[in-house]
Design a protein. Structure first.
Length: 118
């Protein structure tokens, strides 16, 4: 049996970024230059400063960010996620209504064409 374990903490952290419970705050140009010097000199970055990843998966040498974690209670987080769900459901409802209208329009046109053909 293959050992395909997932790191759920990493996946949870990724999802927190996806839903804005954690936010990447880009560093200013001045901060980027300073942190680039840290990297060039072989020093560790200050705590809480991270390197962006390039499209090829390698760490960027010139762009850095910090992480902002809103100070929300568990209740506020649950309320936020509930509102996100409602927002998504509302957009699905709109898409279904639009799709239904388009299908109804096509059926009406098809029916008119059939009746005119007689």
């Amino acid at each position: 049996m293959a050992n395909n374990r997932k790191d759920l903490r990493t996946e949870l952290r990724t999802m927190r970024f996806e839903f804005d419970l954690l936010q990447r705050i880009p560093c200013s140009e001045e901060e980027n230059r300073a942190f680039k010097r840290y990297v060039e000199d072989g020093q560790d970055l200050p705590q809480g400063v991270f390197r962006y990843r390039n499209s090829d998966g390698k760490n960027s040498d010139s762009e850095f960010y910090t992480v902002y974690e809103p100070d929300l209670t568990e209740r506020e987080i649950n309320e936020f996620l509930t509102m996100k769900k409602l927002q998504i459901l509302k957009s699905i409802k709109g898409a279904i209504a639009l799709f239904g209208s388009v299908i109804s329009g096509f059926l009406l046109v098809f029916l008119v064409i059939l009746l005119m053909g007689r």
